[in-house]
Design a protein around this ligand. Structure first.
Ligand code: FES
Length: 174
């Protein structure tokens, strides 16, 4: 009798622990499945540029791709057909995948350029290929500018359309 009630208690205790564990696992799985709120809205990524520093590369994720956003420092001139003006500052906004075979180039803040470790390709701070095998500049993702300090990736705004309209035909657009 004592053994039976003990078995019953142990069974219930194990069952309760298993149930709590299962619920915790489901909650954790759901969290990992849910994309971030900014990404959920049909693939948009909203970036607040207000805390960006000149000559410091920031990388955000848009549709699974690394997006380079580089604010130009005072000694870094805007580049025609590449630079994006937001508020009073200029930025490079580019997909951070080498146009040779897709490696992620590293930004060198001392020389203010990008170096791709895979085959030695180089790009200027504006993303224009300057050395090695990359056949074209870094691609530009669709974007739009909201208020004076926010950029939304994934929406082709007027600034993006004006930029790509001015590009030469050898530059691929995402
Ligand atoms: S992948 Fe970048 S140089 Fe080849």
């Amino acid at each position: 009798m004592i053994n039976e009630s003990r078995r019953g208690f142990m069974g219930k205790a194990f069952g309760a622990v298993a149930a709590v564990g299962a619920v915790a696992s489901l909650v954790a799985m759901k969290k990992s499945w849910d994309p971030l709120p900014s990404v959920m809205a049909a693939g948009f990524t909203t970036v607040d540029l207000s805390k960006f520093t000149g000559n410091k590369l920031e990388i955000v994720k848009w549709q699974g791709k690394p997006i380079f956003i580089l604010k130009m420092a005072a000694d870094m001139p805007a580049v025609e057909k590449r630079s994006v003006k937001v508020g009073d500052s200029y930025y490079s906004v580019m997909i951070g995948l080498c146009t040779h075979l897709g490696c992620i180039p590293a930004y060198r803040d001392t020389t203010k350029d990008f170096k791709c470790a895979c085959h030695g390709g180089e790009f200027t701070a504006a993303g224009v290929h300057s050395f090695g095998p990359p056949p074209r500049p870094l691609d530009i993702p669709p974007f739009t500018i909201k208020d004076g300090n926010t950029i939304v990736l994934g929406e082709a705004g007027a600034e993006y359309k004006a930029l790509i309209a001015s590009l030469s035909t050898d530059i691929n657009i995402a």
